[in-house]
Design a binder for this molecule. Structure first.
Ligand code: BEZ
Length: 237
């Protein structure tokens, strides 16, 4: 395979999400301005009427209310046209039964991007993977329009939607409580408090003087936030 090594500018974590106007299965959207005040997950898929993408759309649509309850709206994109999108989503609803999911209606907007303008702007076309299909990109954009997480998957691997939800809840928790989350964190697990020196000395922490904080080492301190407190704070915010 000939290697394609163009220099392309891609949005990065911390950048404002690039603006665009697009036709979707739910009408025209201006992204991200129409979503001010909400989190969004802007995600791409390689092609309509393909099996991995179909399984992903069924999973995401089934979880849409869960994301909505966390004030997060879903926006899909592929380089297919609007009529293909409409026909594919109708096919999913009317014909596909998979892993106990059936009659699945995709209510979130699916962007048509036949020019690939949006896909290119967001670095979703990765030519050494495929020159004419978007990879499976996931952009988390916060209520101020700032990109907070980017995850890419290749064409061949379907996403884990529990993980996509976990990342959303973790992002919101780190914002709300000014903490970080350790490996595999889930609500109710201990969180990591800011590095020593940012508000308290390591010595104070290591002596256990900071209430509720436990230090495994001078650079690694945790505290408890119970599951109910996390969920009460991050859902519907
Ligand atoms: C799929 O969704 O099944 C798929 C799409 C493009 C390439 C490979 C697989």
């Amino acid at each position: 395979m000939e290697e394609v090594n163009q220099v392309v500018s891609m949005p990065r974590i911390g950048d404002q999400a690039p603006e665009f106007k697009a036709k979707t299965t739910q009408g025209v959207i201006n992204y991200p301005s129409d979503y001010k005040g909400s989190w969004t997950i802007l995600f791409s898929h390689p092609a309509d009427f393909t099996p991995v993408c179909t399984s992903e759309f069924m999973a995401f649509a089934t979880m849409e209310q869960q994301f909505e309850d966390a004030n997060c709206k879903l926006v899909g994109l592929s380089v297919d046209g609007l009529y293909s999108h409409i026909a594919w989503l109708r096919n999913i609803k009317e014909k596909i039964e998979y892993k106990g999911m059936k009659n699945v209606e995709v209510k979130f907007p699916l962007i048509e991007d036949i020019t690939m303008d949006v896909a290119k702007m967001y670095g979703m076309i990765q030519p050494n993977e495929d020159t004419t299909k978007a990879v499976r990109a996931v952009f988390y954009v916060d209520p101020k329009g700032v990109i907070r997480t980017i995850i890419y998957y290749p064409l061949s691997v379907g996403r884990n939607f529990d993980e996509l939800y976990r990342v959303l809840i973790a992002l919101k928790t780190t914002d709300e409580f000014d903490v970080a989350t350790p490996a595999d964190w889930r609500p109710g697990d201990d969180v990591i408090v800011p590095p020593a020196g940012s508000c308290n000395t390591a010595e104070t922490r290591m002596k256990g003087k900071e209430s509720g904080v436990e230090c495994i080492d001078w650079f690694f301190c945790t505290k408890k936030i119970d599951k109910e407190t996390v969920l009460k704070t991050v859902l519907k915010k």
